[in-house]
Design a protein around this ligand. Sequence first.
Ligand code: ZN
Length: 138
Amino acid sequence: MTSPFFEHIDHLGIAVANLAEAEARYTAMFGVEPYKREEVEREGVVTSFFQVGPNKIELLEATRPDSAIAKHIEKRGEGLHHVAYLVKDIRAEMARLREEGFQLLSEEPKPGADGMLVAFVHPKTAGGVLVELCQPKS
Ligand code: ZN
């Protein structure tokens, strides 16, 4: 049996202090360069994406001190920031999860990096893991 709601893990998000250094480190690890670098102004981050088989790895560097990534690095240092799952209908999933008692960080999905609509589930209600739901913008 597989999840009837989540398609698969789309990507892992990793908070980094210096994107250029992290890109070099992960390029050495994966043997491939990132396929995309993209700033998400609203979230105060610049992101870089690697393709690893069917999955993606997203590196995130803060562009402002008030961004969630800056706060994460201040509190916990660099490392795993979120796990992102691809869903078919992000609004329906947000409603379903709310119904199940999960706390969503926004009322509506927001435009994220890599052509996605995204929404986050608070780690307090998800076993300490920040969960991202994502659906390609149509
Ligand atoms: Zn992400």
